[in-house]
Each structure stands twice: as structure tokens, then as C-alpha cells.
Design a protein around this ligand. Structure first.
Ligand SMILES: *[C@@H]1O[C@H](CO)[C@@H](O)[C@H](O)[C@H]1NC(C)=O
Length: 184
């Protein structure tokens, strides 16, 4: 597996990326046909995608590549020719087709981070394999990873899906490892 060290400090790009989240509008989840993972069996709208097979396939690859977590980032509007492909990667994994959001999968958990514009859509499309994190800053993903990933374990990602600014917060993960041959 190829590995690389990342050392750039793209402050301005990061700030621009964080500023692009805009002003979310509030939504009333109770009025929508959304999943309910708190009851048994869970209630899943017909719009939900069963992602069990995708997660199993990803975790098999993570195991082979000795990764405890894998990050599937949101699309980058500045690299437009790849937006469709990237969208399909995250959408294929999560079921969630919204244009903003980052998925992170560990060996035991799966989470999607997105802003309030997409909370209802995510609750209508994701099955109960996924935790919805109603946060938008990459720092919250890093904090979650630091909690979930045991010391010494490795976090993987496809570097071609990250702008330098998107990657910067992940420098806090000392174990970050580049993976150039993910599932797709
Ligand atoms: C999802 O698919 C798996 C097989 O891939 C199946 O075992 C499971 O029961 C399905 N879950 C739901 C909620 O339909």
C-alpha cells in the first residue's frame, strides 16, 4: 500500500470551505416520513437503501488493508468533472444522495455528517446502519475519529477525493494513511 505524508497548511482554502455551508433552514422531522431506529423493528420508509452489503464489502477491504476507519468525503465543487462520480461513491455507500455530506465508516460504526438542509433527506434515505451527525465542521469528524479509533489503528481515505483544504483538519490524526486502491 502506498503511503504519503501531508504537510501543507492551506488555511485560506479551509476557511473558504467551512464558510460555504451557508445558512441552513429549519425542518420539522415529525412531519416527514423518516426512519425511526429507536423502535424494534426499526421503521424504514420505502426510500431507505439497505446498505448492509456495501458496509460489509467496505469493512472487508478495510480489514485487508489494516484500516480501522475509512473516510468518504463530500464532493468538491471546484473539481466539477468529478462531482458525479464522487457523489455516487458516497451515495452508494450510504444511500444518501444529497450534494453535501461526509461519510465515515469504522469497523463497528458508520456515520454521516451533513448540514440541516439535508437532515430530513438523510433520515429518509439512510438505514439504521448509519448515525446521522447533525454537524458540518470537519473538526467534529476528527474528534469523533479520535474517540472511536483505538490508538495505533489506521484511518484510510482516497487522497483523490480530498482537496488540500478538506484534508487539513485530518492532520490531527497522526495515523492518517493514504489508500490509493479503495473499493471503487
Ligand atoms: C439488508 O440486507 C441484508 C443482506 O444484505 C439482510 O440480511 C438484512 O435483513 C436487510 N435489512 C433490512 C432491514 O431489510
Amino acid at each position: 500500500m502506498a503511503q504519503a505524508h501531508w504537510g501543507c497548511c492551506p488555511w485560506l482554502v479551509l476557511l473558504c470551505a467551512l464558510g460555504a455551508w451557508g445558512h441552513p433552514k429549519s425542518v420539522d422531522l415529525k412531519a416527514e416520513d423518516v426512519r425511526n431506529c429507536l423502535i424494534s423493528p426499526p421503521y424504514l420508509p420505502v426510500t431507505v437503501v439497505n446498505t448492509t452489503a456495501q458496509l460489509t464489502a467496505l469493512r472487508q477491504q478495510m480489514h485487508i488493508q489494516n484500516l480501522f476507519a475509512y473516510i468518504i468525503p463530500e464532493t468538491d465543487a471546484h473539481m466539477s468533472e468529478y462531482i458525479g462520480t464522487r457523489d455516487k461513491r458516497r451515495a452508494w455507500m450510504t444511500g444518501f444522495t444529497g450534494s453535501a455530506g461526509t461519510a465515515v465508516v469504522t469497523m463497528g460504526k458508520a456515520g454521516l455528517w451533513t448540514d440541516s438542509r439535508y437532515w430530513t433527506q438523510a433520515e429518509r434515505q439512510m438505514d439504521c446502519n448509519w448515525e446521522l451527525h447533525k454537524e458540518v465542521d470537519t473538526a467534529s469528524i476528527v474528534v469523533w475519529l479520535l474517540t472511536e479509533v483505538p490508538a495505533g489503528k489506521r484511518v484510510g481515505f482516497d487522497p483523490f477525493l480530498f482537496s488540500i483544504g478538506m484534508f487539513f483538519p485530518f492532520l490531527h490524526l497522526s495515523t492518517a494513511t493514504r489508500v490509493t486502491q479503495p473499493l471503487w
